[in-house]
Design a protein around this ligand. Structure first.
Ligand SMILES: [Cu+2]
Length: 369
């Protein structure tokens, strides 16, 4: 167990380093961990987002989650120099999306929550089966947590491994619209799932930003910025894997639209529709997975062909922040600074090192796990 704590702490450190240094590109995220005999899973890498560390109190995993205002930097397409604009968001523990909670099937968790926002809130554990008064359903299931206040959530995870979330349970259109979100990953207790070598996750969010504005409007349904893990392209790290590896990519949508996520050059299997991993006979092959508001998905593929393969939303204006153009390979001067939900799966040839793939554009960040 100490080993797990240290692995997750390493992920936290890596994430913090990335968050602090986001304006400087390219950026690399260091390794998060590998499967261990007692757990037989690969910790999830949420590029650009740290893990939430925990400590053990007997058999209880104890977390500390704090709601905080977080400034993120979105590429500003109106800046010909490719500069960024500081955007006010609502996150947790200095991160937006909030830090990732990674636990095991059957774990008993205690989450001490503190509200450092300037408005009341609760935390809703999205998809988690738990006692009613732990559900964070605004003032309907608990007292609101006032600014400066705290609340302790505690429950046992009796459901199957899968991809779940947390987000504000109060004034959601505003608080979730301002960024309140985070992954809640339940790992399998036994190695009954097909093995993967790399496991990535992306949170999909959309924003309505006035020209040159720094505060998203949550009263508008005219969304003009599209992000993965709180980042705009080209700052969204690539997923870097080795040829032949099994790759899982998890997606969560806390935006008010659906997103058909598409990959070039591969057919992936949909392996989780949101209620835990599907049995093998229910997995289905495709190359585009639509994910609607409030849903999570996981897809898996074999990285059979080297190269840098586009991975993006196929609502094509969602890869055009402020309606800017997709980059044109080989013509850097025409490249956009305003890509939205757009990153790459970088499959390394044997002997190839990350960052040497010859991408003809901006120095996109590389994520390895
Ligand atoms: Cu989209």
């Amino acid at each position: 167990m100490i080993r797990m704590v240290s692995v997750f702490a390493l992920g936290l450190l890596a994430g913090v380093v990335l968050l602090v240094r986001l304006p400087a590109l390219p950026e690399a995220v260091s390794a998060v961990g590998t499967a261990t005999p007692e757990t037989s899973f690969v910790p999830v890498t949420v590029p650009g987002v740290p893990d939430l560390p925990f400590e053990m109190d007997g058999d209880v995993k104890v977390f500390h989650l704090t709601a905080e205002k977080v400034i993120r930097k979105f590429r500003d397409p109106s800046d010909p120099g490719g500069g960024t604009r500081e955007i006010l968001t609502l996150g947790y523990n200095g991160s937006m999306p909030g830090p990732t909670i990674q636990v095991m099937e059957g774990d008993h968790v205690r989450i001490h929550f503190t509200n450092n926002w300037t408005m009341p809130t609760t935390v809703h554990w999205h998809g988690i089966e738990l006692p009613n008064n732990m559900d964070g359903g605004s003032s309907m299931t608990q007292e609101l947590v006032e600014p400066g206040g705290s609340y302790t959530y505690e429950f046992t995870l009796h459901q199957n491994a899968g991809t779940y979330m947390y987000h504000s349970g109060h004034m959601q259109a505003y608080q979730v619209g301002m960024g309140s979100s985070g992954f809640f990953i339940i790992h399998p207790r036994a190695s009954r799932l097909p093995k993967v070598d790399k496991d990535f996750a992306f949170m999909l969010q959309i924003w309505s930003l006035p020209p040159h504005g720094n505060v998203p409007s949550t009263a508008s349904m005219s969304f003009n910025y599209f992000t993965m893990n709180g980042m705009t392209g080209p700052d969204i790290p690539h997923m870097t894997v080795k040829q032949g590896e099994q790759v899982r990519i998890r997606l969560a949508n806390l935006s008010m639209m659906s997103h058909p996520i598409h990959i070039h050059g591969f057919t992936f299997d949909v392996t989780d529709m949101g209620g835990g991993f599907l049995p093998p006979h229910l997995r289905w092959p495709t190359n585009t997975m639509s994910i609607n508001a409030g849903e999570t998905r996981a897809v898996e593929l074999t990285a059979h062909t080297p190269g840098k393969w586009m991975f993006h939303c196929h609502f094509l204006h969602h890869i055009m922040n402020d309606m800017e153009f997709l980059p044109i390979p080989g013509q850097p001067h025409q490249m956009s600074h305003g890509e939205g939900m757009f990153t790459m799966l970088h499959v390394l040839k044997p002997g190839e090192m990350p960052g040497t793939g010859g991408h003809p554009g901006h120095g996109m960040a590389e994520t390895d796990s």
